[in-house]
Design a binder for this molecule. Structure first.
Ligand SMILES: [Zn+2]
Ligand SMILES: [Zn+2]
Length: 211
């Protein structure tokens, strides 16, 4: 029975590991999509109605949010979280106290708060959790980037959602808009609200703790 449970756990781990690159690609595509929708729904419209200065202010703040989101996401994906296998075995053994445990899989000591991740296949220092959306563990070395990614993502999603909702309707109703009186393009409207929905849900996910 225990062997059966173990093989199921291994199967789930393998399947989850195989899907991780697609989750990461999904996040990058979502960021690109929301940025494009923001440019179309907000920046171009603010430029047409309020002028270049207003549009430039929105653009600078939007780009600042985007740079921070991309930088911290890239680091959260690519930075090693703090594997014990990257540390010198003798240094670990010398530092070992009675509180430390031993990982039979890595054949190395486990300091307090260190856990073996079955997805990474290694022990991670101060392991928080394994995030499928970064295809990486959140541990001692990359916790800061993961936290800042979720923080900037929440700010970015809230900003794009609110400004898109404020400005999208004006495209078709405001007499000074470039699209005043124009019929709504269903594909464009779906694309817009898909982006807003995605930004809103990403903000919710980020607020709830990353995944
Ligand atoms: Zn281990
Ligand atoms: Zn992991």
């Amino acid at each position: 029975m225990k062997t059966k449970q173990l093989s199921w756990a291994l199967l789930v781990d393998h399947a989850a590991t195989a899907w991780q690159p697609y989750y990461v690609a999904f996040v990058w595509v979502s960021i690109a999509w929301v940025s494009a929708v923001f440019l179309w729904s907000v920046i171009l419209e603010v430029y047409a109605v309020k002028g270049a200065l207003h549009a430039a202010c929105h653009l600078v703040w939007g780009v600042w949010l985007l740079v921070n989101i991309c930088y911290h996401y890239y680091q959260a994906v690519h930075l090693a979280p703090g594997y014990t296998s990257d540390l010198d075995l003798q240094v670990l053994k010398d530092a070992m106290t009675f509180e430390w445990r031993w990982c039979g899989t890595c054949n190395r000591p486990k300091p307090p708060l260190c856990h073996h991740c079955s997805m990474c296949g290694r022990c991670v220092l101060r392991m928080d959790h394994h995030c499928p959306f970064t295809a990486n563990c959140v541990g001692a070395a990359d916790y800061r980037h993961f936290f800042l990614f979720t923080l900037w993502l929440t700010l970015g999603c809230a900003y794009t959602s609110i400004t898109s909702c404020m400005w999208h309707g004006k495209r078709f109703t405001d007499s000074s808009s470039t699209l005043a009186g124009a019929p709504c393009n269903p594909a464009g409207v779906c694309c817009h609200w898909g982006g807003v929905l995605r930004a809103g849900s990403a903000a919710g996910v980020a607020l709830l703790g990353g995944n």
